[in-house]
Design a protein around this ligand. Structure first.
Ligand SMILES: O=C(O)CCC(=O)C(=O)O
Length: 259
């Protein structure tokens, strides 16, 4: 018996490679999360921009709390079992009427986590709607050439989410999103990813946090939890973690991008 997902949701994940929407945070909790995030963006604009949107859970307790929220972990446990590590997070923020988009891709193609006993959680912090658009070009927010060509867009499924709702997707599901044509910010927080302890990083090294259960494999280094908002020691650690991430994302590439 699943503990958080319904049997139908679990079947949907097995059939489709994703399950959404999953109700996690109440509208009031989601509003508090958004307020904490936007307060941090106001106080530390540089610290929350560009590559610093990777692994911001190492420097912001509000994001750390989401990553370790038992309701999310219950849903993740239904898919990958009771021993759960968090390998990283990314804030995907698209400002109103901007061109940034995410081309069709599979996370498993570039993240280096093998085998695929892992799942990505994507939490909507704002409304997420189809108005996020459809064009492709130079403003790809992905790090490098991960685009899957010739995707049959007629077979694509829109996944609108309300603030506080979660989607869970499999490492091999092809997914993406268009530019934000709306007048509202589009804010998502990806827990990228929740991995079972047997999963190895085959391109480089990573730090992980133990989210639940036990790790009998010890493949990775252990990351600390934040001591407060934007503490210098935590910032230094996040920067080191993001350096390692950049080495993984750009392994073999002749130039590095912005993320
Ligand atoms: O924010 C998006 O639309 C894409 C997110 C994504 O690619 C991911 O979470 O793996």
């Amino acid at each position: 018996m699943p503990i958080r997902l319904t049997a139908a949701q679990q079947e949907a994940y097995e059939r489709d490679g994703f399950v959404a929407p999953i109700d996690i945070f109440s509208p009031a909790e989601a509003a508090d999360i958004r307020a904490a995030l936007e307060e941090a963006e106001r106080r530390w604009p540089e610290g929350m921009a560009g590559a610093n949107r990777n692994n911001a859970h190492y420097v912001l307790p509000a994001l750390d709390a989401i990553t370790h929220d038992s309701r999310i972990l219950d849903a993740v446990e239904d898919l990958i079992g009771p021993d759960i590590l968090v390998a990283g997070t990314t804030l995907f923020i698209k400002e109103p009427e901007t061109k940034g988009f995410i081309s069709w891709h599979q996370d498993a193609r570039y993240i280096g986590l093998e085998p695929h006993d892992w799942v990505t959680g994507w939490l909507a912090i704002s409304n997420v709607t189809e108005e996020n658009g459809d064009t492709y070009g130079e403003d790809n927010l992905l790090t490098r050439g991960q685009t899957v060509p010739d995707v049959d867009e007629d077979a694509a499924v829109a996944v609108p989410l309300k603030p506080g709702q979660l989607s869970l997707h499999h490492p091999r599901i092809v997914h993406g999103s268009g530019p934000n044509m709306s007048g509202e910010r589009r804010i998502g927080f990806a827990m990228q990813s929740y991995i079972a302890p047997n999963v190895e990083q085959v391109i480089g090294r990573i730090w992980v946090q133990q989210a639940r259960g036990t790790d009998r494999f010890g493949h990775h280094d252990t990351a600390p939890r934040p001591n407060g908002a934007m503490q210098p020691r935590d910032i230094q650690f996040r920067d080191e973690a993001n350096e390692r991430l950049s080495d993984i994302f750009y392994a073999g590439a002749s130039r590095k991008g912005r993320y």
